[in-house]
Design a protein. Structure first.
Length: 254
């Protein structure tokens, strides 16, 4: 059951505070999805057993919407956009700028194309869009879609799941797909796509991902929000998490 958590990160001690409800992308419930975000906050919960952190899996766009409305205290692993920052609180420096030092981790995106396609990303812009004809694919709620549009690509970001997006590609309704490092690694190991897909240039974008909060949670429990941001940053730099990140996502640092 999606609404009833498979795991509740709870330290049920006598001094436990009220539970913190944090939603996350339900696709990370799949062990094959390289859920480093979930594993990172699990590690934080072990460091702070007095906290009760309840994780709620939801479709990603819905998670962001409900967190902004205050139906959850926060959302796990959101990249920064001005639109999201209007409804959700990101960690900030004293001057009001985004504090990247308190990210959960950073993750890159690849453009994957059918083998032999003229479509490519040259590090600055897309090439071969006219010849490819169909739009690029991105999952619903993923900010990489706006990045691609800003660089001149038509984007279909109506797919609620990775599987639905890949089905569109298989049917020829997409010219290529914009996927995270984790998803690209999975596809490379999937026999269904062996020899059918290739990367189309360098990483498009390396983005930082954050635990974000509703503005209501910040107003009521700001000190706790700051503490969790700090604990996540500390755990990100731990040798154990760095090994996990490299094992699941390949080369690079979180």
């Amino acid at each position: 059951m999606l609404r009833c958590l498979l795991f509740c990160l709870a330290g049920m001690t006598g001094g436990a505070q009220a539970a913190i409800s944090i939603c996350f992308n339900q696709e990370l419930n799949d062990p094959a999805a390289h859920p480093v975000a979930v594993e990172l906050i699990q590690a934080v919960a072990r460091r702070a057993p007095e906290l009760e952190i309840r994780l709620v899996p939801l479709p990603w766009a819905r998670c962001l919407r409900e967190a902004a409305l205050g139906e959850h205290d926060g959302a796990l692993a959101a990249s920064h956009t001005p639109e999201r920052a209007a409804g959700l609180a990101f960690p900030l420096q004293a001057d009001g700028q985004l504090d990247d030092s308190r990210r959960m981790f950073a993750l890159g995106y690849w453009l994957l194309r059918p083998t032999g396609s003229p479509l490519r990303w040259d590090g600055q812009q897309f090439r071969g869009l006219a010849e490819a004809q169909q739009p690029l694919g991105a999952q619903r709620g993923y900010s990489i879609a706006e990045f691609a549009r800003q660089h001149g690509a038509a984007v279909d970001d109506g797919s609620p799941t990775a599987q639905a997006m890949m089905r569109k590609l298989e049917l020829g309704r997409l010219s290529g797909v914009l996927v995270s490092q984790a998803h690209a690694k999975d596809l490379a190991a999937d026999p269904q796509w062996a020899g059918k897909l290739e990367t189309a240039g360098p990483l498009l974008l390396r983005k930082s991902y954050f635990l974000v909060y509703s503005h209501g949670f910040i107003a009521k429990r700001g000190a706790l929000a700051e503490r969790l941001w700090s604990l996540l940053a500390q755990e990100r730099e731990s040798p154990a998490f760095k090994r996990l990140y490299q094992h699941q996502l390949g080369a690079g640092q979180p």
